[in-house]
Design a protein around this ligand. Structure first.
Ligand code: ADP
Ligand code: MG
Length: 301
C-alpha cells in the first residue's frame, strides 16, 4: 500500500486539527483530498511527509513507518508544499541541482534535463525562479518534487492561484505524472477532483466525512439537483410534486418554488409542459448544482 493512515489525531495546543483520521491510497491512484480552508488538509500532508509528528496514530508510506524511519520514507516521497517554497534568486537549473544534491542524485545534469522536459520548463529553464509566472513556479515545484523519482507524490493545493490556462496545464501534467505514481493532492475545488482524481477523500473539521471513488461522487452530486422556478401566477403545488423525479417542492415567495430532484433525469422540459397545463408561463428557471458547502452539510449532519 502506498499510503496508510491509521487513527491519526493531531493537536495544536487545545485545538484538534485532525481527529482519528484513517484512510489508504493504493499504488497508482490519484487521490483528491478535498476540504474547505482549515479542514486539516495541510496538517495531514505534513504528517505523511514527516514534517510534523502526529499526537496519536500511525502513518505508513510504502509500508514504512514515517515516524520510525523518516529519512527512508522521505526518499520515497515527493512533496510540493502549499506555499511552494522556492529560492527566487536562484536560476531554475541551479535550484534543481541544489535539490539533486540534497537527495544525492546520480547523473544530475541528465536527470535535470529529463525533468525540465517532463514538466514543460524548457523555454524558461535559463531564468531566475523569481522571474517566472506562478504557473511556471509550480512547474519548478513539481520538478523539485519529482527529481528523486519518488513513488508517492504529495501535492498541497498545487493549482491554487493559477489562471485558467495554467490550471489546465498543471492539471494535465499531474494526470500524466499520476499514471506512474501514487498522487495525493489537496484542493478545495470540487471540479478539480472530478477532472483528475480516481478517488476522493473529503475532510471537514479534522474528520473524514467521505471516502469514495470519484465516479461515485459525481453520481452523488448529480442525483441531488436543485431547481429554482418562478411561474407567472399561482400553480397547483400537488400537481407540481407529482411530476416524476420531483422529490420535494417548497414555496419560497409568491410564485417561486425550490424543487429538489432526486434522480438523474432532467425535468426542465416537463416543467415547461407543466406550466402550459397550468395555463401559466415560466418566468425564471435556474438549475443549481450542489455546492461543496451543501455536500459538507449533508455529509456532516
Ligand atoms: P487546511 O490545509 O485544510 O486549510 P490546515 O491543516 O492548515 O487546514 O489547518 C487545520 C487547522 O489547524 C486550522 O484551524 C489551522 O488554523 C490550525 N493550524 C494549522 N497549523 C497550525 C499551527 N502550526 N499552530 C496552530 N494551529 C494550526
Ligand atoms: Mg492547507
Amino acid at each position: 500500500m502506498s499510503i496508510v493512515v491509521k487513527n491519526v489525531t493531531k493537536l495544536y495546543g487545545e485545538q484538534k486539527a485532525l481527529d482519528d483520521v484513517s484512510f489508504k491510497a493504493n499504488p497508482g491512484e490519484i487521490v483528491g483530498f478535498l476540504g474547505p480552508n482549515g479542514a486539516g488538509k495541510s496538517t495531514m500532508m505534513k504528517i505523511i511527509t514527516g514534517f510534523i509528528p502526529s499526537n496519536e496514530g500511525e502513518t505508513y508510506v510504502c509500508d514504512l513507518d514515517v515516524s520510525k524511519v523518516p529519512l527512508k520514507t522521505k526518499k520515497r516521497i515527493g512533496y510540493l508544499a502549499e506555499q511552494n517554497p522556492l529560492y527566487y534568486d536562484m536560476y531554475v537549473r541551479e535550484y534543481l541541482s541544489f535539490i539533486a544534491g540534497v537527495f544525492k542524485i546520480n547523473k544530475t545534469a541528465a536527470r535535470i534535463d529529463e525533468l525540465i522536459e517532463m514538466v514543460g520548463l524548457t523555454v524558461e529553464q535559463n531564468k531566475k525562479i523569481g522571474q517566472l509566472s506562478k504557473g511556471y513556479k509550480q512547474r519548478v515545484g513539481l520538478a523539485q518534487a519529482l527529481l528523486h523519482d519518488p513513488e508517492v507524490l504529495i501535492l498541497d493545493e498545487p493549482t491554487t492561484g493559477l489562471d485558467p490556462n495554467q490550471l489546465e496545464e498543471i492539471r494535465g501534467l499531474i494526470k500524466k505524472i499520476g499514471s506512474s505514481k501514487t498522487v495525493m493532492l489537496s484542493t478545495h475545488i470540487m471540479q478539480e477532483v472530478e477532472a483528475i482524481c480516481d478517488r476522493v477523500i473529503i475532510i471537514n473539521k479534522g474528520k473524514i466525512v467521505a471516502n469514495e471513488k470519484a465516479t461515485n461522487l459525481s453520481t452523488l452530486l448529480s442525483s441531488k439537483n436543485v431547481i429554482q422556478i418562478e411561474f407567472e401566477k399561482a400553480i397547483d403545488e400537488k400537481a407540481l410534486r407529482s411530476i416524476a423525479g420531483v422529490q420535494s417542492a417548497e414555496k419560497q415567495g409568491n410564485n417561486n418554488y425550490l424543487i429538489q430532484v432526486n434522480s438523474e433525469t432532467d425535468i426542465r422540459n416537463q416543467l415547461f409542459q407543466f406550466a402550459i397545463t397550468q395555463e401559466t408561463t415560466v418566468l425564471t428557471l435556474k438549475k443549481e448544482e450542489l455546492k461543496l458547502e451543501d455536500i459538507f452539510k449533508q455529509l456532516t449532519t
